[in-house]
Each structure stands twice: as structure tokens, then as C-alpha cells.
Write a protein that binds this ligand. Structure first.
Ligand code: PMP
Length: 333
């Protein structure tokens, strides 16, 4: 019989698929562009990898004990990963999220058995009602509480150093020449990139993709619409020595490529995937036939049906028409 003992054992070992249609304009001498399909993890995103590693490390260090509670300010993929692993090990999960997070996203976390505490968005971070203050207070007040903090937890990049990096090296038979990934906490690019640089003797080039306006590409954290990537501060999970280059990508390019991935490649993925692929295409344009470019696709597209895949939403922001291209700031304020 072929079966896994637990859903946690299904995390990682995701496949690589060649991108054919979105690379067609590059011609016959184009490099191979391969996508690492992370939505095939059981929780639907790359974050399952960090969840399992952060929990295991906290168990080993004694920070998380049987019957303990995981408290994290998260509304998305990290929450799903943590909830899925916690559930199989009998931990309680409490997630704190701002009230701008959609009911659908809160419901996904509840469906996995997590508790969700909603905080007002329109208050200062120091306000006792804020998302940050509430999560800190819950950690202090709940006996046996542990906060993973993906932004500073070294087991976030470590999980990628130990899994994503070795998988890519083995899957490409050591032929990978470029690794491209979006940067949020920085865990994916730092851990995977560091492994690939070490194993290749420094020949693999590591390219981060970042929304225009975010700090990684020299911005101040100005609003952008693509979710899960870009920051307005420098997290310690991000290792500034690993990236050879950061490519800034506009919301418009990110979303148009995301829609092409669904329609032309059969990959229904999130907006940060289109962003990373746009960066990979820019790298491919200046690469040779023997190069092998791998781009990591962090999550699936089902959570974005009312945004990226909705024509009216796209048109409201001017992303579908060439004439009425309003800036994000105009629409948000
Ligand atoms: N895309 C999505 C949808 C994400 O949720 C994340 C994680 N914040 C990323 C990309 C970036 O990954 P990382 O945090 O490892 O930099």
C-alpha cells in the first residue's frame, strides 16, 4: 500500500514544470524557464515548509510543549500552514488579523480549526487594540503560548535551506543557473539562494522580485496591491548577502502575467507568482540557451478570484485598459 502517515509528510517535494507559452516570444535560443509549483503543498502554499520547521524547532527547544498554543499575527498562507501542522500535533492556534482581511480568508483559518481574533486596522501600532499589541498580549496571557514570528525566526530561511534548495539542485541535476523568487519575509530567497550558492560554488545567480515601492527595491513601502511580498521594513529573516539582484515589478505587470499563467499555462496561481515570473522573463531575455532559470510560485489563485481574476477589479485600477491607468495611491485614498 502506498500512503503517508500524516498530511505533514506530504509537505515539500513539489514538481517543476516548464513555462512554454509565456516564454514563446523569447524565440528558439531562449533559456529553459521552469516553475516550482508550491501550491501543490497540502496547505496550498510554500508556507507549509516553514510552518513544519518552525514548530519542530520550537518543540526541540522546549518553547512549545504538549497542549501549547501557537499565536501569530497572520491572515494568510502562514496561518494555514501552522494550523495544518498544529492540528496533527494537538496544538491550539490563535491568529490575529486586521479587520481589512476578508471574511473568506478568516473562514479558511477557522475551517482548519484555528481561532481568529480580529483587530481594527485604523489604530496606531502602539494602541492596545492594534494587531501587534493584541498578539503580544495574547502571548503573555495564554499559558503555554508560543509566537513563531516568521519575520525573525531563523527556521523560516532554514526550512528552505534544508528542503527547497536541495530539491531544486536534485531536480535540475545541478544545471540550475538562476533562481528567481518574490521577497516577503525573505525566507524563501535567503534559504534557497544560500543553499544553491554553496552547492554550486557560487555560480547560481539569485534574483529577488519585489513590488515597485517596497524597501527591497529601494522604495519606502508605498502601497502596492500584490499580496504576500514586499515590505516597509527589513526583516531579519532576509539575508542581504544572498541576492545578486532585485527586480522591481509593477502591480500591472504582476497581475497581467498572473492571468496569462492561468489562461495559457494552466497554472491558477496568486499575484506574487505573476510578479516572480515577470522578473524571471526579464532575466531570461538577457540569458543564453544553456541557462536554466527556476522561478518559485508560492501559492494558488483561488484566494484571488475577486481581485486579479476579476475583470471589473482589474479595470477599476486601470490594469486592463491602456488609457485609464490610475495609480494605486489614487484608488486607495
Ligand atoms: N508570495 C506569497 C503569496 C506569500 O504569502 C509569501 C510569504 N509572505 C511570499 C510570496 C514571499 O515569501 P517569503 O516570505 O519567503 O519571502
Amino acid at each position: 500500500m502506498q500512503y503517508s502517515d500524516s498530511v505533514v509528510d506530504l509537505i515539500g517535494n513539489t514538481p517543476l514544470v516548464r513555462l512554454r507559452s509565456v516564454t514563446a516570444h523569447l524565440g528558439p535560443d531562449a533559456p529553459l524557464v521552469l516553475a516550482k509549483v508550491e501550491y501543490l503543498n497540502p496547505g496550498g502554499s510554500v508556507k507549509d515548509r516553514i510552518a513544519t520547521r518552525m514548530i519542530e524547532a520550537a518543540e526541540q527547544s522546549g518553547e512549545l510543549r504538549p497542549g501549547g498554543t501557537i499565536v501569530e499575527p497572520t491572515s494568510g498562507n502562514t496561518g494555514v500552514g501552522l494550523a495544518l501542522v498544529a492540528q496533527t500535533k494537538g496544538y491550539r492556534c490563535v491568529f490575529v488579523c486586521p479587520d481589512k482581511v476578508s471574511q473568506d480568508k478568516q473562514n479558511v483559518l477557522k475551517a482548519y480549526g484555528a481561532e481568529v481574533v480580529v483587530c481594527p486596522t485604523a489604530v496606531d501600532p502602539e494602541d492596545p487594540r492594534s494587531y501587534y499589541s493584541v498578539s503580544d498580549r495574547l502571548v503573555r496571557e495564554i499559558p503555554g503560548a508560543w509566537k513563531p514570528d516568521q519575520y525573525s525566526n531563523p527556521n523560516n530561511p532554514r526550512s528552505h535551506y534544508e528542503t527547497t534548495g536541495p530539491e531544486l539542485w536534485a531536480q535540475t541535476d545541478g544545471r540550475i543557473t538562476h533562481f528567481v523568487a518574490g521577497v516577503g519575509t525573505g525566507g524563501t530567497i535567503s534559504g534557497t539562494g544560500r543553499y544553491l550558492k554553496e552547492v554550486s560554488g557560487g555560480t547560481v545567480k539569485v534574483i529577488g522580485a519585489d513590488p515597485v515601492g517596497s524597501v527591497y527595491s529601494g522604495g519606502t513601502g508605498r502601497p502596492y496591491l500584490v499580496e504576500g511580498v514586499g515590505e516597509d521594513f527589513w526583516p531579519t529573516a532576509y539575508d542581504q548577502d544572498v541576492c545578486d539582484e532585485i527586480v522591481a515589478v509593477s502591480d500591472r505587470d504582476s497581475f497581467l502575467v498572473t492571468r496569462r499563467l492561468a489562461r495559457e499555462e494552466g497554472l491558477l496561481v496568486g499575484g506574487s507568482c505573476g510578479m516572480a515570473v515577470q522578473a524571471a522573463l526579464e532575466v531570461a531575455e538577457r540569458s543564453g540557451k544553456d541557462d536554466v532559470i527556476v522561478v518559485l510560485l508560492p501559492d494558488g489563485g483561488r484566494g484571488y478570484l475577486s481581485k486579479v481574476f476579476n475583470d471589473e477589479w482589474m479595470a477599476d485600477y486601470g490594469f486592463l485598459s491602456t488609457s485609464t491607468d490610475r495609480s494605486v495611491g489614487d484608488v486607495l485614498h
